[in-house]
Design a protein around this ligand. Sequence first.
Ligand SMILES: C[S@@+](CC[C@H](N)C(=O)[O-])C[C@H]1O[C@@H](n2cnc3c(N)ncnc32)[C@H](O)[C@@H]1O
Length: 362
Amino acid sequence: MRVLGIKRIEFSGNEIVLDIISDEGSEISLKINPLFFPAFAATIYKAVENFKNFYFSLNIKNYNEILFQDIYRNFILPYKLMGFEEDFRKKIKELVYFQVQNNFQNRVVVVQSIIDKFNFKSYLEIGVETGFSFFQIQAQKKFAVDPNFKISGGFKDSENERFFQMTSDDFFERFAEKVLPGEGVDIVFIDGLHTFEQSLKDVQNSLKFLSPRGFIVMHDCLPHNFPSSLPSLEEAVKHPDFDGGWSGDVYKTIIYLRTFFKDLFVAVLNCDHGVGIIKRGEPENTLNLTLDEIRNIDFFKLMERKEELLNLKSWEWFSNWLSFFDVQSSIISHTLFFKIHFVIPPVGDRTENAIKSFPHLR
Ligand SMILES: C[S@@+](CC[C@H](N)C(=O)[O-])C[C@H]1O[C@@H](n2cnc3c(N)ncnc32)[C@H](O)[C@@H]1O
């Protein structure tokens, strides 16, 4: 993230509070202890003298995932690395509700909105990687499955969270029955191996352990270009236009479910590489295809009929659809304006070590 401008500078105690506009269009409130940035602080002091309450005219609202990944890595994860677990949890909760309340369009908002709407208690994530989504999601019982966790600062089981370092197949075969709630898990977020076969298996296994009112949310149902849609990552990375994003052919699972599962409601939200929503109940409409035909749908064929094949829906549709359910909503406190305040923790050995590993915090 690059800082495009400073909208407001204020002093509060021995902290400098900056309202920053980034090149991503976001406005972020930063609290900085001048001790950490002596030269920077001096410049700011001077700037304040010259531009008291200087307002930038820019107010672009063009938020995207990179911004939140940056915020997570740079301003929230350090608390975890420094052992300030409570602060880490507090900040990450602020991050997710900041997105929910400002109506950001991504997988985390979809999952959290469903949890809050239905007062769901349990959450299973397949394919967790760094924990970017997993730690943000707020639920009473959370289960993380990944054969190769990349969670900075490590992970350990607690009352609220359990980690299973294994494939989803292993988890479903050996652990699901023992550890998931007897009445079924309320929401499963599938974001593991992005192939048709595996994502379909993940859906089928999830359905076995899903609570009657439960939801499955599946990431990467709408690849953004040809290389990202290739069935294997090895193949995708060799393509000259590969840009690092790989959705694989998960979209075929959506098409398969819409063809062969007449007792499932299936739709895909047109945001964040396609966020699939799967739930027991009447399908809105179904497809009439053979397995071979489904296998042969490549990126270009998908693009020609993506609305029909995926039952593609807008964000507005999602908001209305969710409000349609007659369930008493809870948890989200609809604060009109919500700002994130990042406070650099006090000086100490651990702080200094963490700052060394985050050059921009120096
Ligand atoms: C795209 S990342 C997940 C990102 C994460 N859900 C998020 O939103 O931040 C995909 C993850 O799936 C994991 N994975 C690959 N094969 C898997 C399998 N068979 N079962 C479960 N997870 C798998 C990978 O190790 C990787 O960490």
